[in-house]
Design a protein around this ligand. Structure first.
Ligand code: ADP
Ligand code: MG
Length: 239
């Protein structure tokens, strides 16, 4: 049986005349933390929008939860956009509550408090978004992505703007979610994030150029002492 939560085979996507995703293939298993790692402009956000069903493929095959057509109701997916989409003049609590009501989340207040505790924002729950730092906003967005307890999380550059301590705590939290069988797709351009993932797909110019665990990727090159970053650069330069 195919255990993948997301599987893409040779998908192609164009913005107008520009070929953006080029025969991109990947597979993400249930409960896995999968890192889509690559430089700016390589197609990470485009791929996430395709998985959400916001953009339509030109060709290839994409299955999410074993289905070709993504359900119009996105209640099994939690999405954290790269650019924060929060209501500036509402408080932290009100922002999350807005989505909790939309999803008809039961025990809303209790769940929001638990989430605020987990993302370390309980002390800020009555502050308006406009007064928060970038890292705090990121964590409000994350709480919103989690409010309906989805089995699949799509997080677009969730660690950008976080200091090392917060980043570390966030990764601990991701690992906890994964151990509770949530599947996480996390995009990033840093190798620090890549090293935390169970599986990585290096994306470059719209294609996944290699896929595997950090250890497998480091063992895939001749020089076994290379860092993940060097492995990436090595694969890119040999193309
Ligand atoms: P990443 O998230 O890896 O930085 P993106 O998926 O945002 O990359 O972008 C991939 C490519 O698609 C880039 O070359 C970018 O300029 C282009 N692109 C992104 N959004 C649009 C758009 N709305 N219209 C045209 N081109 C776009
Ligand atoms: Mg992006």
């Amino acid at each position: 049986m195919d255990e993948s939560v997301i599987s893409a085979q040779n998908i192609n996507f164009n913005y107008g005349e520009t070929h953006i995703l080029k025969n991109l293939s990947l597979s993400i298993n249930a409960g896995e933390i999968y890192g889509i790692i690559g430089p700016s402009g390589s197609g990470k956000t485009t791929l996430i929008k395709i998985i959400l069903g916001l953009l339509k493929l030109n060709s290839g095959e994409l299955n999410v939860f074993g289905q070709k057509v993504i359900s119009k109701k996105l209640n099994r997916i939690g999405y954290m956009p790269q650019i924060s989409a929060l209501y500036e003049d509402l408080t932290v609590f009100q922002n999350i509550d807005f989505f909790a009501r939309m999803y008809e989340t039961k025990n809303r207040v209790e769940i929001i408090h638990t989430l605020l505790e987990q993302v370390k924002l309980l002390d800020h729950k009555n502050q308006v978004i406009g007064k928060l730092s970038g890292g705090q906003r990121q964590r409000v967005s994350l709480a919103i992505a989690l409010v309906h307890n989805p089995p699949l999380l799509l997080l677009d550059e969730p660690t950008v703007g976080l200091d090392p301590k917060l980043r570390h705590e966030l990764w601990q939290y991701f690992e906890k979610l994964s151990s509770q069988s949530t599947t996480l797709l996390i995009s990033s351009h840093t190798m620090d994030d890549a090293n935390h993932c169970q599986k990585i797909g290096f994306i470059y110019d719209g294609s996944i150029i290699t896929e595997g665990s950090p250890k497998e990727l480091c063992e895939s090159v001749e020089n076994k002492k290379m860092t993940l970053e060097e492995v990436f650069l090595n694969i890119v330069s040999n193309r």
